[in-house]
Design a protein around this ligand. Sequence first.
Ligand code: PGA
Length: 251
Amino acid sequence: MKFIVCENHSHLAEVISDLIIQQVMSKPDSVICIPTGGTPIPAYQRLIEKSKNIDYSRVSFFNLDEYIGLPPTHEQSYQNFLKKHVLDPLGIALSQQHLLRSDSPDPILECLRNDAEIDYFGGFDLMLDGIGENGHIAFNEPSDHFEARTHIADISTSTRLANARFFDSLDEVPHQAISVGFEDIIKAKHLILMATGSRKASVIERLVTESTISCDFPISFLRMHPNVTLVLDKAACGRSIDVLINTGQSL
Ligand code: PGA
């Protein structure tokens, strides 16, 4: 695991947007899986600002996960979020947007459709993801098993509480979501994880100091991934900051 320690959230946005651009410049037909959440928004803003001369016409975009049951026009539908914050401003054609549907009449079929599309494109060249306060990755929540492929996930109470800030009330936060699984995460050629703020410090400390892999701490699975870059701001490093700065790249 490679670490990059940034000064703050806006600095992290610079680093993440540069990494995405480097990926597209080195492989113009890249298959990229992108996240929602509060962490990537400034990175998407910087990406849009820096992309005037970048050709995205052959890039395919997927998303990591999607709530079940929200209308696609809902502010918190992840499809809507990604279109608004990054895909439409970058001018990504609909044919390049391979997004999960929140209103699919048959979520199991939607999972199978997503797997078939991922397979058709040969998996992800780059997967970008935030980190949940409970160690989840996408909607792979702490559990007693790992899911390999796209699946229906029960959203934990802690994640519903964390995400309630994006809704008018906790009651509005869906109880289920569709999420990519660990097989597609581990097969991504490059996985970039990002975390900012002291809310993430305890999960980062645990990731850095423990060495076990366990489904009750899903992010621990990434210890098996051969090419992970963890991009953090100083607040997210918590008490591990010295270790991270010494073993990683401090920008
Ligand atoms: P956040 O969410 O970027 O809003 O902190 C990350 C996550 O829950 O995976």
